[in-house]
Design a protein around this ligand. Structure first.
Ligand code: MSP
Length: 629
C-alpha cells in the first residue's frame, strides 16, 4: 500500500490556539483524508513545542512552573483538534521522554560527525524569534517580524557547522524543484543561500535559561529550542528503530506558514544531512491570515478563535471557508462577512439547493426510490463526463496543493447540475406520463452527481459528505473512495433516498444581529436633548403569546397607563407564561411597525446575556406608565 506522512508545525504553548494554527492543521487534515480516499496508508502528526525562553517567560508571567503551564496550554491544543474533526494519528509534546532521547541521540551523532564546536558569539538576539538575527535581517535596528529591538548578547555556546552543508543544500533544492513549494518560497530560500551561511548557535547556557533538553556532551547547557523542536518530526514516527520511521519518513511532507521557512528550509535539511538521515520529501509553505489588514496579535486584540467560529457558523462551513478562501501560498484576509457570504452563496444556495431540490423531486415523483437511467441525451452525457473528468483533475490539484482550485472545480459541477435541473425542468416531465423514462434518467443523473460531490468534499467537510451519503442511502459499511469515481453509475436503482433537513441554513438572522452589534459598538455621542426624545416607560406585561409561524417573536400586551401591543424577538429566551406579570421597560414613542403581520407599538429593552437575552426590569416596584429617566 502506498504511504504518505503529513506534519504540522508543533505550536508554541505560549499562546492559545487561533485560526492560523487551525488553518495549517485543517489543511493537513484535508490532505490526510484525501490521501486516505485515494487508497494511501497515511500518518498525520501534530503537537506542541514546549521548551525555550518564550515558554519559560509566559509561564513566569502566568505564575506557574514551565511544565504545569505547558501541560495546561498543550491540553488546549490537544482538546481542540478532535472538535475540528482533525484526525491526527499522534499528538507529540517536546517534553516527552521519548523526544528528549531522540534529540540527545541526534545531537550526539552531529557532535560525533565533528559538526558541533564550542565558541564565543556576540549577536542580536530576538526573544520573539528565539534566535540571533544577522545584521542584514534587521530593519532600522529592529526585528522585522516583531518590531522590537533585539538584545545584544555575547556568550560562549555550541555551534552547528551549518555552513559546511550550504553547497549540498543548494544542489539539493536545485535538483528537486518540488522540495520547497510553492515556488516563491523555494526562491526565497535560494536567495538566502546566495550569501555565505553562518553556523547555527544550538545551545543556551543553563545559567541564563534552563528550560530545555540538556546537551548530551555538556550538562551546563540546554539545546536551542529550534534544534529540539524540528526533531519532533523524527520522534513522531519512532526514529530510529521504529517501523513507522522506515515506512513514513521517506514520504514526509511538512506543512508550515512562511514565518518559519528559514528553520525548516535551511536548519532542518542541514541537520538531517549531518545526522546521516535523508531529507524530508516536501516542505509545503502557506501564507498568512490577516485580520483587519494586520497581523493577528494579542496587543491588537484581533485574535480570531476557531471554536468561536465553529459554534457560530458550524464546523464544516468554517473548514470550507478556510480552504476555499486562501490560495495555498498567498496571504488572505479573514472577515466574518466573507465567511457569511460563502455560507449563503456556495453552501446554502449552490450545494444546499442542489441536494434538497434533487432529493425532494425523487421523493415526490418516485416515492424516494432511485430510478434507472436509460438512454442518455447530450446534456446527460455532459453532466456525466464533467463529473468523471473532475474526479481525475481533483487528484492532480491536490498533488499541487490547489485546494481552492479543487473546490472551485467541484462547485462548477454543482452549478452545472443546478442549471441542468432548470433546463430539464423535471416538474414538466412529471406531468406527462409519456416522459416517465426521461424523468427517471434526469433524476438518476442528478443523484449520481450528488454521489460524486459527496466523495469529493469529504476531506473538506466530512460531516456534510457523510450526511449526503446517508441521504443517498449509501451505507457506512461501503466507504467511498476516489476509485469509486472512476465509473459512472454505481448508485443502485431501487435504493431509497432520505431527504432530511437542509444541509446549510442561510445566516441572514445572524448577520443582522452582527450589524446591530457593530452599530452599537460604534454608537455616536448624543446630547441630553437627543436622549429626551426617547420616551422610555415602565410597562407591566398583561398577556403574552407566540406569533404564528415565527420561532423568534412573541406578541405582548402591556399596561403603560393605557394598553399597548408590541412584538418582541425574545421567544428563544422567554416562554410567554414567564413574562406575564413582569415589569419591564419599553420605548413608547417608536414608530409602529408590522412584524409577521402583527402591529408592534413599542420596543422592550433587553441585553445580550451570552446564551440568549435578559430583560431590563426594576429592583423595586415601579408604577406602570411612569417615565424612565
Ligand atoms: N514552535 C514553532 C514551530 C516549530 S515546528 C518544528 C512555532 N510555533 S507557532 O505557534 O508560532 O506556530 C507557527 C505556525 O502557526 C505557522 O507556521 C502556521 O502554521 C501557524 N500560524 C500562526 N499564525 C498564522 C497566521 N496568521 N496565518 C496562517 N498561519 C499561521 O513557530
Amino acid at each position: 500500500m502506498k504511504k504518505i506522512y503529513f506534519t504540522t508545525p508543533i505550536y508554541y504553548v505560549n499562546a492559545e490556539p487561533h485560526i492560523g494554527h487551525a488553518y495549517t492543521t485543517i489543511v493537513a487534515d484535508v490532505l490526510n483524508r484525501f490521501y486516505q480516499l485515494a487508497g494511501y496508508e497515511t500518518f498525520f502528526l501534530t503537537g506542541t513545542d514546549e521548551h525555550g525562553d518564550k515558554v519559560a517567560q509566559a509561564a513566569r508571567a502566568a505564575g506557574e512552573t514551565p511544565l504545569a503551564y505547558a501541560d495546561r496550554i498543550s491540553g488546549l491544543f490537544r482538546a481542540l483538534w478532535p472538535k475540528l474533526h482533525v484526525s491526527n494519528n499522534r499528538f507529540i509534546r517536546t517534553t516527552e521522554d521519548a523526544h528528549k532521547r531522540v534529540v540527545q541521540l541526534i545531537l550526539q551523532k552531529v557532535y560525533d560527525a565533528g559538526d558541533i564546536y564550542f565558541g564565543e558569539y556576540g549577536g542580536h538576539y530576538c526573544r520573539g524569534c528565539e534566535r540571533f538575527l544577522t545584521e542584514k535581517e534587521l530593519v532600522d535596528g529592529k526585528c522585522p517580524d516583531h518590531g522590537t529591538e533585539p538584545d545584544f548578547i555575547k556568550e560562549k555556546n555550541y555551534f552547528f557547522r551549518m555552513s559546511k552543508y550550504q553547497r549540498w543544500l543548494i544542489d539539493h533544492i536545485q535538483s528537486n524543484p518540488d522540495f520547497i513549494r510553492p515556488e516563491r518560497y523555494r526562491n526565497e530560500v535560494l536567495a538566502f543561500l546566495r550569501d555565505p551561511l553562518e553556523d547555527l548557535c544550538i545551545s543556551r547556557p543553563k545559567s541564563r535559561m534552563d528550560w530545555g533538553i540538556s546537551l548530551p556532551f555538556d550538562d551546563n547547557f540546554v539545546t536551542y529550542v529550534w534544534f529540539d523542536a524540528l526533531i519532533n518530526y523524527l520522534t513522531g514516527v519512532d526514529y530510529p528503530q521504529g517501523e513507522r520511521f522506515a515506512q513514513f519518513w521517506p514520504v514526509c511532507q511538512h506543512l508550515i506558514a512562511k514565518d518559519i521557512l528559514k528553520p525548516h528550509g535551511i536548519y532542518w535539511p542541514t541537520m538531517l544531512k549531518s545526522a546521516g538521515i535523508p531529507p524530508y520529501r516536501h516542505l509545503n509553505v502557506h501564507g498568512y491570515w490577516i485580520v483587519s489588514e494586520s497581523k493577528m496579535s494579542k496587543s491588537r486584540g484581533n485574535i480570531v478563535k476557531p471554536l468561536d467560529l465553529m459554534y457560530k457558523y458550524g464546523l464544516d462551513a468554517f473548514r470550507y471557508f478556510l480552504l476555499r478562501e486562501m490560495p495555498f501560498g498567498l496571504d488572505s484576509n479573514f472577515s466574518e462577512t466573507a465567511l457569511i457570504g460563502r455560507i449563503n452563496a456556495d453552501l446554502a444556495n449552490d450545494l444546499g439547493n442542489l441536494v434538497s431540490r434533487t432529493l425532494a423531486m425523487v421523493e415526490r415523483y418516485r416515492q424516494g426510490r432511485i430510478p434507472e437511467a436509460r438512454n442518455l441525451e447530450p446534456e446527460d452525457r455532459e453532466l456525466k463526463d464533467s463529473a468523471l473528468r473532475l474526479a481525475l483533475e481533483v487528484e492532480k490539484m491536490f498533488a499541487d496543493l490547489g485546494f481552492h482550485k479543487a473546490l472551485i472545480a467541484t462547485w462548477e459541477l454543482i452549478n452545472l447540475a443546478n442549471k441542468y435541473i432548470d433546463s430539464m425542468a423535471p416538474w414538466t416531465l412529471a406531468k406527462d406520463p409519456g416522459k416517465a423514462e426521461r424523468l427517471d434518467t434526469v433524476l438518476y443523473q442528478l443523484l449520481e452527481v450528488l454521489r460524486f460531490v459527496a466523495v469529493l468534499i469529504w476531506s473538506f467537510m466530512p460531516m456534510t459528505a457523510e450526511k449526503m451519503q446517508r441521504q443517498l442511502g449509501i451505507s457506512k459499511a461501503s466507504p467511498q473512495s476516489l476509485a469509486s469515481l472512476r465509473e459512472w453509475g454505481s448508485l443502485l436503482p431501487g435504493g431509497h433516498v432520505h431527504k432530511g433537513e437542509s444541509l446549510f441554513p442561510r445566516v441572514e438572522e445572524k448577520r443582522k444581529e452582527e450589524e446591530e452589534k457593530e452599530k452599537m459598538d460604534t454608537a455616536p455621542v448624543i446630547t441630553m436633548e437627543d436622549f429626551q426624545k426617547v420616551d422610555l416607560r415602565v410597562a407591566k406585561v398583561i398577556y403574552a403569546e407566540p406569533v404564528k409561524k415565527s420561532d423568534r417573536l412573541l406578541k405582548l400586551r402591556v399596561d403603560i397607563g393605557e394598553e399597548r401591543t408590541l412584538v418582541a424577538g425574545i421567544a428563544k429566551s422567554y416562554k410567554p407564561e414567564e413574562l406575564i406579570g413582569k415589569t419591564i421597560i419599553i420605548v413608547a414613542n417608536l414608530q409602529p411597525t408590522k412584524l409577521m403581520g402583527v402591529e408592534s407599538n413599542g420596543m422592550l429593552l433587553a441585553a445580550d446575556a451570552g446564551e440568549g437575552l435578559a430583560l431590563a426590569t426594576f429592583d423595586k416596584e415601579a408604577k406602570s406608565g411612569s417615565k424612565v429617566r
